[in-house]
Write a protein that binds this ligand. Structure first.
Ligand code: 9MG
Length: 278
């Protein structure tokens, strides 16, 4: 489990891939349909994810699936922060908050979040300033467009180079705001403004992002790129999700964001056993 040193120090040091368990506290989340909106059921899901081997729990109060409805800051805080507080009171686990809103980030940091996961890479007003006042890590994810429209004709000059350029700019922006490079995690954002072919190209070339020498996060669990290829509904995508998790980890992903913690931990343990023999 990630503990004792600051989260940023631990991130720098991750040797084997860690599993980040997804906890959606949205009524419209695409794969668990809002089952975990109550604190008690959220806590029991978290307990199970910890037993199953998750090192980080990622709480999201606003769905980022294509076409999802916007949630105002007040409502997002009301959904996410009580769950964060309850988890921190009960468990010794790093809690990540999936948000793009400065006010949610501020509340999350005050209440013990160990990581901010921002699919908009701190581009919203006030976000870099809030992060600069703290010392916790930040995951900068690449997205082309916004969730409502991002799957309408995504276009790149060169997919990998364009995403790298975006990371260079965002890292520089963070640097100028006083956010130390060592607090940054990068995520190329599978499914966020990418066609099916682009998503698989990203997975094929995931290792290219190791050139930043920063921890890489991969979120592929149950995504449409798996469902579309295999013709599987959301609850039939486990085999596809595990395969993509292993492929990303093999290419240097240090944090794998998933719904199915136990199965992913098993798959990564096999990968690690092989890596130790190589
Ligand atoms: C919130 N969220 C949904 N999908 C994601 C992904 O692929 N990466 C990150 N960092 N967050 C995600």
């Amino acid at each position: 489990m990630l503990k004792t040193r600051t989260c940023a120090e631990q991130l720098l040091d991750i040797q084997t891939p860690q599993v980040m368990g997804i906890l959606n506290v949205t009524p419209d989340s695409f794969s668990d349909g809002g089952k975990f909106t109550q604190i008690d059921s959220a806590l029991s899901q978290v307990e199970q994810m910890i037993i199953d081997g998750a090192s980080i729990i990622d709480i999201g109060g606003e769905s980022t699936r294509p076409g999802a409805l916007d949630v105002c800051e007040k409502d997002e805080i009301a959904r996410v922060i009580p769950v964060l507080i309850a988890i921190k009171q009960r468990f010794d686990i790093v809690v990540s908050i999936d948000t793009s809103k400065a006010g949610v980030m501020a509340e999350a940091i005050t209440n013990g979040a160990g990581l901010i996961n921002d699919v908009r890479a701190l581009q919203n007003n006030g976000c870099t300033a809030i992060m600069a006042q703290s010392d916790i890590p930040i995951c900068l994810m690449h997205m082309q467009g916004l969730p409502r429209t991002m799957q309408v004709l995504p276009q790149y000059i060169n997919l990998i180079d364009d995403i790298k350029k975006f990371f260079v700019e965002r890292i520089e922006q963070c640097n100028q705001a006083g956010i130390n490079r060592q607090r940054i995690v990068l995520d190329p954002g599978f499914g966020f403004g990418k066609t099916q072919a682009q998503n698989y190209q990203l997975l094929a070339q995931f290792a290219d992002f190791q050139s930043f020498n920063l921890p890489l996060l991969a979120g592929l669990s149950r995504k449409s790129m798996i469902g579309n290829l295999l013709n599987r509904e959301v609850d039939e995508r486990l085999a596809g999700s595990l395969t993509t998790a292993v492929l990303a980890a093999q290419q240097g992903a240090k944090i794998i964001r998933v719904h199915d913690v136990k199965e992913t931990v098993d798959a990564l343990n096999i990968l690690n056993a092989v890596a130790e023999q190589a």
